[in-house]
Design a protein around this ligand. Structure first.
Ligand code: SF4
Ligand code: SF4
Length: 244
């Protein structure tokens, strides 16, 4: 917090909750575990994005250098797959750099991503592509053909449907017991205590209490073996197909 000059060095990844993990999301990692848990504890599609920007706003770094040489596509930040994107992005404004990163990922209007929209609404960065001076490349050169975005389904809905959509579009944690090593990490990171570790015949296996789960997918994100999968209901799969 006392540093005179701070350089932020994120990696470009997709993110199953926020769609993009770049400059803004990287700083969220500096918050303590309890704060991050509280921020994830929400059924509002907008609250996590706002919380990330709140944390970012405490001490914004002066410069950002993003490694987008080899990025992550799919359901990052933990269970996506590598994608060669071939860029290093740098700039003094986090939103401008994340905007260019989102363009690489194939977003036509990055300001539609709730995380970036939250920054735009606070006037902390460019509100349109025209306000960003891109040096070293043209906007048309950025989108990587075939890049697989994250399963951020809610954003695909019209704005007036997003509140309802959050409830209808179900992406929930589901255990694949064959991959589970009973480490208990999923239970320790769950922000609402919705995961219990079984006793008896299934001792050590995690069990999700559905009525408590707020579908933040932190357990999926932090599971080291991919045993806690992100299960998509029919509506979610249909939207994913329409976005392909
Ligand atoms: S069970 Fe998983 S998805 Fe549900 S609230 Fe806990 S960490 Fe989030
Ligand atoms: S984090 Fe993954 S491997 Fe560990 S107990 Fe949970 S589901 Fe099993």
């Amino acid at each position: 917090m006392d540093a005179v000059f701070c350089v932020n060095a994120p990696k470009l990844k997709t993110h199953i909750e926020t769609e993009i993990s770049g400059c803004l999301k990287n700083i969220f990692g500096t918050a303590d575990t309890e704060t991050r848990k509280k921020c994830h504890n929400s059924t509002s599609w907008k609250r996590l994005a706002d919380a990330i920007v709140d944390v970012y706003s405490v001490k914004p770094p002066q410069f950002h250098v993003m490694d987008a040489i080899e990025s992550m596509e799919g359901d990052g930040p933990s269970h996506g797959r590598p994608a060669k994107t071939g860029f290093v992005l740098a700039g003094a404004n986090a939103l401008a750099v994340d905007w260019a990163a989102a363009a690489i990922m194939g977003y036509d209007n990055p300001a539609d991503i709730p995380l970036l929209a939250s920054v735009v609404s606070r006037g902390m960065g460019p509100a349109s592509r025209g306000e960003i001076s891109l040096v070293g490349a043209e906007w048309d050169e950025l989108p990587l053909k075939g890049f697989k975005k994250s399963s951020g389904y809610v954003r695909a809905l019209p704005v007036f449907l997003r509140g309802v959509g959050y409830r209808l579009v179900s992406v929930t944690p589901r255990l694949d017991p064959d991959k589970c090593v009973k480490c208990g990490i999923c239970a320790s990171v769950c922000p609402v205590g919705a995961i219990l570790l079984e006793r008896g015949a299934k001792a050590g296996f995690p069990s999700v209490e559905k009525h408590k789960c707020v579908r933040c997918l932190c357990c999926h994100e932090m599971c080291p073996t991919g045993a806690m999968t992100a299960h998509k209901n029919l509506f979610a799969r249909l939207i994913e197909k329409s976005r392909a």
